[in-house]
Design a protein around this ligand. Structure first.
Ligand SMILES: Nc1ncnc2c1ncn2[C@@H]1O[C@H](COP(=O)(O)OP(=O)(O)OP(=O)(O)O)[C@@H](O)[C@H]1O
Length: 721
């Protein structure tokens, strides 16, 4: 099972009645403010203690007491208290605080409060306190949070594929016996039937569901993740008492989507401004002839100190870091394709450095809480205003002056389009997908039956990127209610021994079975047929997997897993007539087209923001519906400082050159997919292009300064479509 293989998922939602549990029955307990006992618990949004004319409510008192006693902090920040007391009182909330604004406490304090209420006020019987389930996509950060909670004596655990068998068993036992206050997992876990079933049966139930990075639930958000839509369905089915959705960025529309998904009323929204008066927001446009690297070097010399330079492509992080180093800067690359230990070292070095420059893709930044980052440079255009604001928000957390520079160039848009147009599958791809799912082999399956597919193979065969396949599956699951994801398993395992002594010492039944397993042994790798081994030894497959994972974690072996197979449980028989199948293809294509348009519009909004005649800070505040937090002009952006508009040079796309079009048609014989040909001309890779080694041909990327839609038109005609 894996948290990070094919993430798919989602939608649906509902109205789980916000718990009716009144929090603190009066007269029952001895909190430190005697006068608070008479206070009325308001169901309305609470103001901070300072704003209240009357005595603080019991839940405010309890929240503050937990903050002091368990977290060692003196007072709440921003809107923390309002959100926390609302949750303690049984309401649900959406929390939009900037990065580092203290969102975690918004679920950690209530999680502890429930047990206080039960133990001190006899609110519930021992073992019936239920727990707080935290869903977060950031597996690495979960572990840090859990360790910090355990140090404070708060019972928390992580459940993901990285835990060892022993930890897993302890956590399961703790869960069953109501010993945990918080449990963390990734959204993909909700695709695992066994896991969701165990959560639905918890003693005391789920008191609070905390959804981190909640903007991922919105198709309007900049990083929509289909698995997020399944969370709302789960919340309803598991009868979760209340929910808190947390995010650092949400436009009013995204916040509405989140509220709708979980039926959270407007007064449950707690938002604080992202506006940071210590950030200077600068922007400059470059023409295609500008020596923009020289400009970057000059800028970095002028503004020394810890800096992040954001670029779009992984390879640019490496080439630019080399060039910066050659110029005497202390620079390192960072992207998701690098080895975890190298990435970790770069991050650790950066955290303690006073002069380091990290040239990074968007992968760098999540969870980096370095107060003295002095400068953020956008060397390429980010995909949206949300990404831009989140990234500049990493500068100057210490409140000291910091500079954010945005370099704008036409070339950036071609680069962005590679992602946007690359994501949309062709009609041919959608048809192949539906034909595979609704194949004759599945024709006799009834509701409740399962079928298994390899999405990895399907991605290659249908020419649909894995991430997009995830979104399509989620739509078929939630919009068309065809089936539900029931789990994923790896079929092929191989390992290479790194510590033979440790391996020979392990005499557990699973270890012995694996060591004795018949399998292909090469000089380095031993292959294991796990399914057969489980059958022949009668040791559950999950035990064998956990043993291999445990050895891998401990460095006893190096493990490689391949061949993920995904299982789906049917909600109804699959469509079988061409008419039904065509209708689904049409709707999926329309949804993909809408996403494509939306992504283009999102980048354009950012371009408009930077190039319009107005204050950047004010424009950002308007975008996020926070206008009242920023005065008319900030006084420290390019517009405010110079009064001059940043103008993107007029470098329009070229028309497709007929000679180049003909050359591409002569080189590539594919005629069943015009979009594929347009992708080759533009320089966009896809599973089929990789498989057919078409990216190595000289026609690949030969028309990368053309308009993609224009290329599509030309090749559609050439294919006679
Ligand atoms: N009321 C408070 N008083 C003092 N420190 C606080 C308070 N609330 C949070 N913090 C501290 O602020 C830091 C950031 O908090 P946290 O990690 O919860 O932020 P976040 O909003 O979740 O950020 P991110 O968006 O990066 O996940 C932590 O070190 C936390 O202990």
């Amino acid at each position: 099972m894996s948290d990070d293989e094919f993430g798919f998922s989602f939608e649906d939602e509902d109205d789980f009645a916000a718990a009716t549990t009144a929090v603190v029955p009066s007269g029952k307990r001895d909190l430190d403010h005697a006068d608070s006992e008479e206070a009325t618990v308001s169901s309305k949004r609470l103001k901070t203690g300072n704003d209240l004319k009357t005595a603080p409510s019991p839940s405010i008192v309890l929240a503050n007491r937990i903050l002091r006693e368990r977290f060692g902090l003196n007072g709440f920040r921003l809107e923390q208290q309002g959100a926390i007391t609302r949750l303690i009182e049984g309401g649900s909330a959406v929390v939009v605080f900037p990065t580092g604004g203290g969102k975690s406490l918004c679920y950690q304090v209530p999680a502890v409060a429930f047990r206080y209420q039960d133990e001190e006020l006899g609110y519930r019987k021992p073992g019936q306190s239920g727990l707080t389930l935290v869903i977060s996509p950031l597996i690495a950060l979960m572990k840090d949070q859990v360790d910090a909670l355990l140090r404070r004596g708060i019972k928390a655990a992580v459940l993901n594929s990285s835990v060892t068998r022993d930890q897993y068993l302890v956590t399961q036992d703790d869960l069953r016996n109501g010993r945990l206050d918080l449990i963390y997992c990734a959204p993909e876990r909700l695709n695992n039937e066994g896991f969701t079933a165990s959560l639905k049966d918890l003693p005391g139930g789920i008191r609070l569901l905390a959804v981190d990075e909640a903007h991922c639930i919105s198709e309007w958000g900049h990083s929509f993740r289909p698995d997020y839509l399944k969370i709302a369905r789960f919340a309803e089915e598991a009868k979760v008492e209340r929910v808190v959705c947390l995010t650092a960025t949400a436009t009013p529309k995204v916040a509405d989507d989140i509220r709708d998904a979980f039926s959270i009323p407007q007064e449950g929204l707690f938002r604080t401004t992202m506006y940071r008066p210590n950030l200077r927001l600068l922007a400059e446009a470059n023409t295609k002839d500008t020596d923009y690297k020289a400009k970057l070097f000059t800028h970095l010399r002028k503004y020394p100190g810890p800096t992040i330079v954001y670029v779009t492509l992984q390879k640019t992080t490496e080439t630019l870091a080399v060039e910066l180093t050659a110029k005497g800067f202390r620079a390192r690359p960072y992207h998701a394709g690098m080895k975890p230990d190298i990435r970790g070292k770069t991050q650790d070095d950066f955290l303690v450095s006073s002069d380091m420059i990290v040239v990074a893709t968007i992968a760098f930044g999540m969870g980096i809480d370095k107060p003295d980052i002095r400068s953020i440079v956008h060397f390429d255009i980010p995909d949206s205003i949300e990404s831009y604001s989140q990234q500049i928000g990493r500068a100057g957390r210490d409140g000291k002056p910091s500079v954010c520079m945005f370099y704008l160039a036409t070339k950036d848009f071609y680069l962005r389009n590679i992602f946007t147009y690359g994501d949309r599958p062709s009609l041919r791809s959608l048809r192949l997908l539906l034909e595979d799912i609704c194949s004759p082999a599945h024709a006799n399956l009834k509701a409740g039956d399962t079928f298994t597919l390899s999405l990895y193979t399907q991605s290659k065969e249908t020419d649909i990127k894995a991430t997009i396949l995830g979104i399509l599956y989620a739509q078929m699951e939630l919009k068309f209610k065809l089936f539900r994801a029931a789990g994923a398993i790896y079929n092929n395992y191989k390992y290479s021994v790194k510590d033979a002594n440790a391996l020979s010492r392990d005499a557990s039944p699973a270890a012995s079975a694996i060591k004795k397993a018949p399998g292909k042994k090469g000089p380095k790798w031993t292959q294991i047929a796990l399914e057969e081994l489980a059958k022949s030894t009668r040791i559950p497959r999950a035990d064998l997997v956990r043993k291999l994972d445990e050895w891998n974690d401990r460095g006893t072996i190096q493990l490689e897993k391949q061949g993920v197979e995904n299982t789906f449980r049917l909600e109804r028989p699959l469509p079988s007539t061409p008419k039904e199948i065509d209708a689904i293809i049409k709707q999926l294509d329309e949804a993909m087209e809408a996403t494509e348009k939306q992504n283009i519009a999102r980048t354009e909004s950012l371009l408009n923001l930077i190039t319009s005649k107005r204050c950047f800070s004010r424009a950002i505040a308007d975008y996020f519906g926070e206008s009242s937090d920023v005065s008319e002009v900030c006084g420290h952006c390019t517009w405010c400082e110079t009064g001059k508009q940043v103008i993107l040079p007029n470098e329009p796309p070229q028309l497709p050159d007929p000679v180049k079009v003909q050359k591409l048609l002569n080189t590539i014989s594919v005629r069943d997919d015009a979009r594929l040909l347009a992708k080759i001309a533009f320089g966009i890779k896809s599973p089929r292009i990789t498989d057919m080694k078409l990216a190595q041909k000289d026609v690949f990327e030969s028309m990368n300064v053309c308009n993609f839609q224009e290329l599509l038109r030309v090749f559609t005609k050439a294919c006679g479509m």
